[in-house]
Design a protein around this ligand. Structure first.
Ligand SMILES: Cc1ncc(COP(=O)(O)O)c(CNc2co[nH]c2=O)c1O
Length: 399
């Protein structure tokens, strides 16, 4: 049996999405910008895909949704163009973000600091989320942008975006949210939340890799990151990737249709897996289930190095991660666990399991069996675990 539990890194393309994309590789392959029929024949399908994204996010016709190559591009676009427009071209000098953002936000912010921008990296609480009052306390009249992720790729914890949006609206500060782990996984209603920019990525909700989008409220000005042709109204130049845009539209429609039912099914499997793993001694899961995306578990297993655990799981044909694949090449401690106050030893024990709507009960049963086997084996050979006094009754639970 092969079990894929790294859906926060990327997901399988839904077969219905692949089917929807097929015609645009060798039949309807014209360039949408071409005036001839080969090009204009693609337009109805592009319009349908754009409408599917607008509908899924409850975006208004006054808003823009601009397709990009990925969320990394979307995140860089917002940060670097706000820098250009409001800091280089204005009187602002400050950006606020959090310590636990995805590398595509954190690295862009570090580059901005090299350009002289003051960046505040807000701490998170023991649930791994930033609190609205903390955001408010750091906003000044020189703040150009607040950028806070909608949900964490590491923990699944959902951030108080609505409250932060109200604060930014009241203060007159632009608000960006990296929505990659929320769009297509939990309800995102952009008429209910005040947010100026939202990044998203199709391969997180069973669409193709290499296509994302940026939501821009009220089509407000934002200098292009990419200049060139007139695509997307000159907002993002480059030949439109028709098959991938169609795929993104189909994927978001599938993800948000009967969403509550889909979420409940995923959550039930996640909770059953989490309950079984918490039966192990000296384990804890980051963050409360009530405020977490339905598919994610970040579990710490004292005495078991994350990489060693991944190795055992991989040998059992189970795919998991210790955190963001973008940062998983190095054996660093899990940054979120460090940020919530875990000690360095514990922060090396984090394992992220992220399910999808394709995860089966049989796969959950197999994972429970293999996970417990791996922990027993690794703890038996672990020098550090031997030193740790077992907590009475093997305390386990959410931290
Ligand atoms: C919150 C968040 N933002 C941005 C990205 C980048 O998206 P892309 O540019 O479209 O790929 C990711 C990918 N996150 C992960 C990729 O691998 N493990 C992860 O957790 C993410 O989780």
């Amino acid at each position: 049996m092969q079990v894929y539990l790294d859906n926060n890194a990327t997901t399988m393309c839904d077969p219905q999405v692949v089917e929807a994309m097929q015609p645009f590789f060798s039949e309807l392959y014209g360039n949408p910008s071409s005036l001839h029929k080969f090009g204009t024949a693609t337009h109805p399908y592009l319009k349908k895909a754009i409408d599917q994204v607008y509908t899924a996010l409850n975006a208004s016709d006054d808003d823009d949704i601009i397709f990009t190559s990925c969320a990394t591009e979307s995140n860089n676009w917002v940060l670097k163009s706000v820098f250009n427009d409001l800091i280089v071209g204005g009187d602002k000098d400050h950006i606020i973000t959090t310590e636990v953002e995805h590398p595509s936000v954190l690295s862009a912010c570090r580059w901005l600091e090299e350009q002289g921008v003051k960046v505040t990296y807000l701490p998170v609480n023991d649930q791994g989320i930033v609190e609205p009052h903390t955001v408010k306390s750091f906003i000044t009249d020189k703040t150009a942008l607040v950028s806070v992720m909608w949900a964490s790729n590491e923990t699944g914890m959902i951030f108080p975006i609505k409250e932060i949006g109200e604060i930014c609206k009241e203060k007159g500060v632009l608000f960006h949210s990296d929505g990659v782990q929320a769009v297509g996984k939990i309800p995102v209603d952009l008429q209910d939340v005040h947010v100026d920019f939202v990044s998203m990525s199709a391969h997180k909700f069973h669409g193709p890799k290499g296509i994302g989008a940026l939501y821009i409220k009220n089509s407000q000005p934002l200098s292009p990151l990419l200049h060139g042709g007139e695509q997307m109204g000159h907002r993002r130049s480059g030949t439109l990737n028709v098959p991938y845009i169609v795929g993104m539209g189909k994927a978001i429609e599938l993800a948000t249709t009967n969403m509550e039912e889909k979420m409940a099914s995923i959550r039930a499997k996640r909770d059953r897996l989490e309950d079984a793993l918490l039966e192990l001694s000296d384990t804890f899961v980051v963050g409360s289930r009530e405020n977490r995306t339905p598919n994610t578990i970040l579990i710490s297993i004292r005495g078991v190095e994350g990489e060693g655990m991944l190795w055992d799981l991989n040998n059992a044909m189970i795919g998991a991660s210790t955190g963001s694949a973008c940062a998983s090449e190095d054996l660093e401690a899990n940054t979120v666990m460090l940020a919530i106050g875990a000690d360095n030893e514990l922060a090396h024990t984090g394992i992220r399991l992220s399910l999808s709507r394709f995860t089966t009960d049989e796969e959950i049963d197999y994972t429970i069996e293999q996970f417990k086997k791996a922990v027993a084996r690794l703890r038996a050979i672990s020098s550090s675990f031997a030193k740790v006094q077992p907590t009475p009754g093997g305390e386990a639970g959410e931290c």
